[in-house]
Design a protein around this ligand. Structure first.
Ligand SMILES: Nc1ncnc2c1ncn2[C@@H]1O[C@H](COP(=O)(O)OP(=O)(O)OP(=O)(O)O)[C@@H](O)[C@H]1O
Length: 257
């Protein structure tokens, strides 16, 4: 179970979602979602496949537009932002994609440096190099700076993917299935890294997963999504009270993964 995170500022809401709806044709994916993420908090959005978790974080990062409801991120209504303001907001909201999305033709160091070159043109090569060093050390992979992504394990690629998001110093991290497809030992490493990132860089995070262990270890709070709504929110042991049908459903599901 995750220990209490003292850095959370409960008076500072960094993401506020109210009565959010999203459909694709007759597929009513989000049906009235409410969520608050506080500064320094990790919220895990737990739900089975196809329940709308990815759609939710795409709306938060402005990649999709909602049909109804509001999404306020760092004090701004995402759906009302101009393209330039949305780009600026996206620098503060880091999106960790499920498959790391590294460039195969670049070394690890170049992969990490690339977002800085693109988004912070005034930064010198020496400043970029320093940040690459800091991030590589934070994800525990300093020795891989000159390696190619193909030479890394799945878990190492995930770490570098997290590092590449972190290098722009986002205030919010969105993790999409951070432990999907990893063995249990590597899952533990990634879960620990997510907590380390939270503490060391004081980020607030939404972690999308259907991995119960990931939820238990990384979530200060858990929001369980079912059929486009949050049916339960709270601390892990509150959400999954003993003999609860819900926990049985997830344990069965995790077992067959
Ligand atoms: N751009 C899109 N156009 C049409 N339908 C979409 C689109 N994006 C998502 N959907 C549909 O929305 C539903 C929810 O998808 P979503 O990817 O959010 O699920 P999920 O909970 O993240 O599942 P998983 O755990 O498998 O990633 C699915 O039925 C999916 O087909």
């Amino acid at each position: 179970m995750k220990t209490f995170t003292p850095e959370i500022d409960w008076n500072n809401v960094v993401i506020s979602i109210k009565d959010l709806y999203k459909s694709f044709g007759n597929n009513h994916v989000l049906r009235g979602v409410d969520l608050e993420l506080h500064k320094g908090e990790n919220i895990v959005v737990l739900g089975r496949s196809g329940t709308g978790k990815s759609v939710l974080i795409k709306i938060i990062s402005g990649l999709l537009k909602q049909d109804a409801g509001t999404v306020n991120v760092l004090g701004q209504e995402v759906a009302e932002l101009s393209p330039a303001d949305l780009r600026a907001l996206r620098l503060k909201v880091g999106f960790c994609f499920q498959h790391g999305a590294l460039y195969d033709s670049m070394t690890v160091g170049e992969n990490l440096s690339f977002p800085l070159q693109r988004n912070e043109p005034k930064m010198t090569a020496a400043q970029r190099e320093k940040l690459v060093d800091i991030v590589l050390e934070a994800v525990g992979l300093s020795h891989t700076v000159n390696q190619m992504p193909a030479e890394l394990s799945g878990g190492q690629r995930k770490r570098i993917g997290i590092g590449r998001t972190l290098i722009l110093r986002p205030e919010i991290m969105l993790y999409d299935e951070p432990t999907a497809g990893l063995d249990p030992i590597t899952c533990t490493e990634i879960n620990n890294l997510i907590n380390e990132v939270q503490r060391r860089f004081n980020t607030s995070s939404i972690i999308i997963t259907h991995d119960l262990t990931c939820a238990k270890v990384t979530g200060d709070n858990i929001a369980v999504m079912k059929e486009g709504q949050f049916i339960k929110q709270g601390k892990f042991d509150e959400v999954f009270a003993e003999n609860d049908e819900l926990i049985k459903e997830f344990y069965d599901y995790n077992f067959i993964q």
